[in-house]
Design a protein around this ligand. Structure first.
Ligand code: UCC
Ligand code: FAD
Length: 593
């Protein structure tokens, strides 16, 4: 191409080359992965009923909902706190973007919480709800955060609330009417610890045993959605007879409290400070001082942690799917850019090295999305199947183990992949206007809140130990059945099936043989990731088998995906428990000899 030609016209800010920017189309229509997952998981009659709604939302999230999210992400509109008025009266007013309020109203109208509780589609309602949340979330500047906690609060009230709570709060949390709809916060973390809440300092004093009214005082270190209408919170009860408290997490109970009194003033809450955060900039996260907050106990006394676990197990699924839908959004930008961006004589989509780089990210997206939707499917079944149904018991066991695996593994691989999508646009990827930066910042927090990766790995250990190994056996049994059913569909899946079975055997054998408590605890991150990889592989296999049988569009790529996933060098990596000497040497390596 070194032929001579006339010089190009003078390049200036108005003339010369300007890159056609990447554009987003209807986010449902463009998402073959989501469509095929829904086709596999939902009866066709259900899909036919909900698809117009998904298409409509897929369009809104690139139009009005997108604009609302952009309004929230505009630095001029970040939340502001006014603590005092001109007369030195404490007001603690938080101002948020208009987009934030609009996203609330849209969420109510679109049924982003209510669909799960209306249960019009029985066990499939959760899949419908989360498919909508998946479309909404990457445009909604973290409004999915208060929604996730609202969803969890609704579940806690449904399971444990008094009749009065069910009449007062529940209908609001699941309302489709923005005027009635309430959101809820979730206050666990305090200054002594978020992972370990056993040193919680906040205390609750009984005001009126007849009405179960308590008065709560203390300091909550993180409150994500401080503009929520109500909250669930942990506090340590003071025994009215002795005036004493019980130490440790068994002294904690769960309470429900409204943010404001009927007069409009804050209910014994002072907003100490808004957090200055790396991301989630539009989300008004605050430090709160509680001084006589009126609240009602929702758990049994001392069962606060076990009761709030129902929230955690829902919000953790939101975290996993939340990172995956952000990754998809970033990939959509990167893919469209690749179609348009010239590198040498060809566009990037015709440049194999670039394509293979994107393919690895696409694989991570597909794997993580499969895990997330499996958790969602099981959540829907456990909430809808009759208690006596043996399928429900099995589903509950699998879901209990799957949830921490999904949150830990999917968020971790997802955030790393989002970071790499940025590079796929070169320097432009790093620019604020493109949107990848904010997706990366907003996703990163999902590896921290609702339990860090290590805490979730320890939750996996909690499940293994509490069930004396039975939970893992059930988990492996259920996955093995899926593998066996899928592998007979086509010889093209046989090798992957064998590799997944081997991976599952490797994990089971490791857990059984690793008896030393320090060794097993130190290995739990490896075990959690290995479970994540094997679960993803099984579901990718199931998806490929379904696609072959259904002659679905993209079946060949589904087969490629599972085979590539199972041939990754990490896939059947042996699990190695560290010896006590390794642990000692590692400590020296990190902190010095
Ligand atoms: O970060 C937060 C909100 C941010 C906003 C989220 C938005 C997400 C959406 C994103 C969309 C894009 S709120 C704070 C979240 N904090 C955490 O996640 C805490 C992390 N730490 C843990 O998870 C710990 O493991 C603790 C706090 C649960 C440990 O407490 P304990 O009391 O020391 O642990 P125990 O003694 O092992 O457990 C107490 C009981 C046991 O039951 P029993 O007494 O019957 O044996 C446990 O089995 O609680 C039970 N339990 C559970 N049950 C503990 N964890 C669970 C669980 N996950 N599921 C069921
Ligand atoms: P620590 O518990 O001090 O953890 C520090 C490090 O130690 C982590 O890497 C952790 O993995 C590791 N670690 C801790 N224990 C162990 C262990 N036993 N073994 C191995 N490693 C361990 N909380 C709420 O209650 N409500 C909210 O609304 C809320 N919103 C939040 C919003 C944002 C933007 C953020 C960033 C946090 C929010 N949190 C909220 C708090 C969040 O849940 C906690 O930050 C998180 O649970 C970790 O607790 P911590 O910050 O005290 O860290």
């Amino acid at each position: 191409m070194n032929t001579k030609q006339a010089p190009p016209p003078k390049a200036s800010s108005d003339t010369g080359f300007r890159q056609d920017p990447p554009r987003l189309g209807n986010q449902y229509d463009e998402d073959i992965v989501l469509q095929n997952i829904l086709k596999r998981l939902l009866p066709s009659a259900v899909l036919a009923q909900i698809e117009p709604d998904l298409k409509n939302l897929g369009d809104r999230v690139i139009k009005d909902i997108y604009a609302m999210g952009e309004d929230v992400e505009d630095p001029n509109n970040y939340p502001r706190l006014k603590q005092y008025d001109a007369w030195c009266r404490r007001v603690d007013e938080i101002t948020v973007a208009q987009g934030w309020k609009d996203l609330n109203d849209v969420a109510a109208e679109e049924g982003l919480v209510s669909i799960a509780y209306e249960r019009n589609f029985k066990e499939y309602s959760r899949i419908y709800q989360f498919a909508k949340s998946y479309l909404y979330s990457p445009s909604a500047a973290l409004y999915s955060c208060p929604l996730s906690m609202t969803d969890g609060a609704a579940r806690v009230i449904e399971l444990y609330g008094s009749d009065e709570m069910k009449q007062t709060y529940y209908p609001r949390l699941i309302s489709r009417d923005p005027k009635l709809f309430w959101t809820s916060g979730q206050w666990m973390t305090e200054r002594p610890g978020g992972s370990d809440v056993s040193r919680t300092e906040t205390v609750a004093e009984l005001l009126d045993p007849k009405t179960n009214k308590w008065k709560i005082s203390g300091f909550k270190w993180f409150s994500s959605a401080t503009t929520a209408n109500m909250t669930l919170l942990l506090a340590r009860t003071i025994d009215p007879a002795t005036g004493m408290v019980q130490q440790g997490s068994r002294g904690l109970s769960l309470f429900i409290a409204e943010m404001r009194k009927p007069t409009g003033e804050l209910n014994g809450v002072r907003v100490h400070r808004l957090k200055d955060k790396y991301g989630t900039k539009g989300l008004p996260t605050a430090e709160l001082e509680l001084d006589g907050m009126e609240a009602y106990m929702v758990s049994q006394p001392g069962r606060g942690v076990a009761t709030i676990a129902s929230v955690l197990n829902i919000t953790r699924i939101y975290s996993a799917i939340g990172v995956m839908c952000s990754l998809r959004r970033c990939l959509a930008i990167a893919k469209d850019f690749a179609l348009k961006r010239q590198a040498g004589t060809r566009t990037l989509d015709k440049t194999p090295l670039h394509v293979t780089t994107l393919a690895r990210l696409e694989l991570i997206f597909r794997a993580g999305t499969q895990i997330s939707f499996y958790a969602i499917q099981l959540l829907g079944r456990t909430e809808s199947l009759p208690e006596e149904d043996p399928q429900r018991k099995e589903d509950m066991e699998v879901l209990r183990l799957l949830t921490p695996v999904a949150k830990a593994y999917v968020c971790r691989i997802g955030v790393d992949a989002i970071s790499e999508t940025m590079e796929a646009l070169g320097g432009q990827g790093y620019m604020e206007e493109i949107g990848i930066g904010k997706n990366l910042r907003n996703s990163q927090v999902n590896t921290i809140w609702e339990g860090t990766t290590n805490v979730l790995a320890l939750d996996v250990l909690r499940v293994l130990q509490k069930s004396k190994g039975a939970a893992l056996k059930t988990f492996v049994k259920v996955l093995t059945k899926k593998i066996q059913v899928a592998s007979v569909v086509s010889p093209s899946l046989g090798d992957a099936a064998k590799r997944i079975e081997l991976a599952l055997d490797t994990i089971s054998a490791f857990v059984v043989r690793t008896q030393d408590p320090v060794a097993i605890e130190t290995s739990m991150r490896q075990v959690t990731y290995a479970l994540g990889r094997a679960t993803a592989a099984t579901l990718l296999l199931e998806q490929a088998a379904w696609a072959i049988s259904a002659k679905a569009e993209g079946a060949d790529q589904d087969v490629l995906a599972v085979n590539q996933w199972c041939h990754d060098s990490e896939f059947i990596k042996p699990l190695v428990a560290p010896t006590s000497d390794t642990i000692l040497q590692e400590a020296k390596m990190v902190f010095g000899p």
